[in-house]
Each structure stands twice: as C-alpha cells, then as structure tokens.
Design a protein around this ligand. Structure first.
Ligand code: KIV
Length: 272
C-alpha cells in the first residue's frame, strides 16, 4: 500500500506551525470511524478532524446541533484507535462549552481523557473567550473556528458566505487576532471571501486552515463524505469531489443483490 508521505513522524501542533513558516500547505480531512481514519492516516493526511459534521453525514441530522459530547467521544475513540501519524482534533459539540467556562473545561477534559485525541476544536470568538482561557489553562491545545460556524446556524439563518460586509469582516479579523493572543494553535475559517482568508493568514503566525476560504490560507479541510462523493445532495462551490463513491457503492450493492437472487453467490469456493 503506498503512502503519500515517507515522513512517518507524528504530526504535532508545533510541526503545523513549522509547516506554515516554510510555506508547506496543511492537509486536513474529517473522519468518524476506525476504518476510514486508518485509510486517511495511511494516505498521509496531516490533520484528521473528528468533526461534529458527523451529525449530518453519519446521523442524518440537518444541523450539527443534536450532536452530544458522548457521541463525539465515541467517534473520537474509534478514530484514535486507527491513527498513528496525523494530528487528531475532536470538535466540542454544541452545548458543551457555550456560556459556561467550567462546563467547557470539563467537556474538553473528558474528550482528551476518554479519546486520547491531540486537541479540540471550538467555534466562536470573543463570546467564548472565558471558555477558551479555561481550556487552555488545563493544557489542552485549541483549534479555533470562525466565519460560518454551523453551531450558530439558527442565529445566521442561512449557510451563505459570511463576512462579506465590512463590519462582519472587521469582527472576524479581531476575533482571529484574539484567538491567537489567547494561545490557540490554529484556526479554521469557513466560507468567507478569499481576500479575507488571505488577510487573516498573513496577519496571524498560527496556521489558518480554510474550508471555502480560498487558496491563500495555510491549509485546506473538507468533510470526507463530500470529497469522496458519498453525498450527492451537497454541492457548494468550494467542494471538489475526488471520487464518486455514491455510484460505486450503489452499483456494488446492486451487483450483490443480483448475485444473491440469482443464486450465483455463494459458489462452491465460497462455501465450507
Ligand atoms: O465538523 C466539521 O466537519 C467541521 C469542518 C466543516 C471544518 O467543523
């Protein structure tokens, strides 16, 4: 089995920082289970995100809000059993950190203790400053997340591009600086103009990873089901599909049904 990278050393937050400094782009993809995480890690991915997008692509919800801390820990544990090289980030789910910094640090500690992941990701800026400070004071590395923050979808009311207006762009820039000053090791920017992504990446020394934030940021992240074409319905402009697994799986399953119905499967060699 070929791997993209010969460098099998564990990816750390410090190595991501060095990658930014030497201009090497960071690759990041979501995973939620052992088998896929194993393939993704062995392919050479730098960062694996156990995203709360599991709510959409695994649990079939329309938003990420229903995801619980126990569910995130379940997915985190499954992924961690497979991963040897990539840095593994687990999303803090909706309701596990907003508005109560003591609960935030308790949730983050549970994630770290029970999954053995490397760090957590959390959505928001100044409004969750206290939670960020407490989590960092417990020695847990944080990846921030600004721009379109799906846990706030009910406030936004739409999944449209964020921070197109000057006031929102200014707030995003201030939040990005705040997250760096507080000590976050990295930042995800979702669905914002490429020019703003570029400005944030240039002004911050921590790595900035984009999803729909253009090509000037320090790395890219996609949801695995989207980039592998397992989802047919979701086609935002920023998504590049690298496979069409919906059709591949659909055809394989139909083939299997045909073989069972026609009694072609199992044959003698496949029987004891
Ligand atoms: O949950 C997730 O998959 C994410 C990515 C969209 C960055 O947060």
């Amino acid at each position: 089995m070929s791997t993209y990278t010969e460098d099998t050393r564990k990816v750390t937050t410090h190595r991501l920082f060095e990658m930014k400094q030497r201009g090497e782009k960071i690759s990041m993809l979501t995973a939620y289970d052992y088998s896929m995480a194993s393939i993704i890690d062995q392919a050479g991915m730098d960062v694996i995100l156990v995203g709360d997008s599991a709510s959409n692509v695994i649990a079939g919800n329309t938003t990420t809000l229903p995801m619980t801390l126990d569910q995130m820990i379940y997915h985190g544990k499954s992924v961690m059993k497979a991963v040897k090289r990539a840095l593994v980030v687990v999303d803090m789910p909706f309701g596990s950190y907003q508005g109560n910094s003591k609960e935030a640090v308790h949730s983050a500690i549970r994630i770290m203790k029970e999954t053995h992941a490397d760090c957590i990701k959390i959505e928001g800026g100044i409004e969750i400053k206290e939670s960020i400070q407490r989590i960092l004071s417990a020695g847990i590395p944080i990846m921030g997340h600004l721009g379109l923050t799906p846990q706030s979808i009910n406030k936004f009311g739409t999944y449209a591009v964020r921070a197109k207006e000057e006031a929102e762009a200014k707030k995003l820039l201030e939040d990005a600086h705040l997250l760096e000053e507080l000590g976050c090791f990295s930042l995800v920017l979702e669905k914002i103009p490429a020019s703003l992504g570029k400005r944030v990446a240039e002004e911050l020394s921590i790595p900035v990873i984009g999803i729909g934030a253009g090509g000037y940021v320090d790395g890219q992240v996609l949801v695995m089901h989207d980039m592998l074409g397992i989802n047919k319905e979701f086609s935002p402009r920023f998504l590049r599909r690298y496979a069409n697994l919906y059709d591949t799986i659909h055809d394989a399953v139909q083939h299997y049904i045909e073989d069972v119905k026609s009694k072609d499967f199992p044959n003698e060699k496949e029987s004891y």
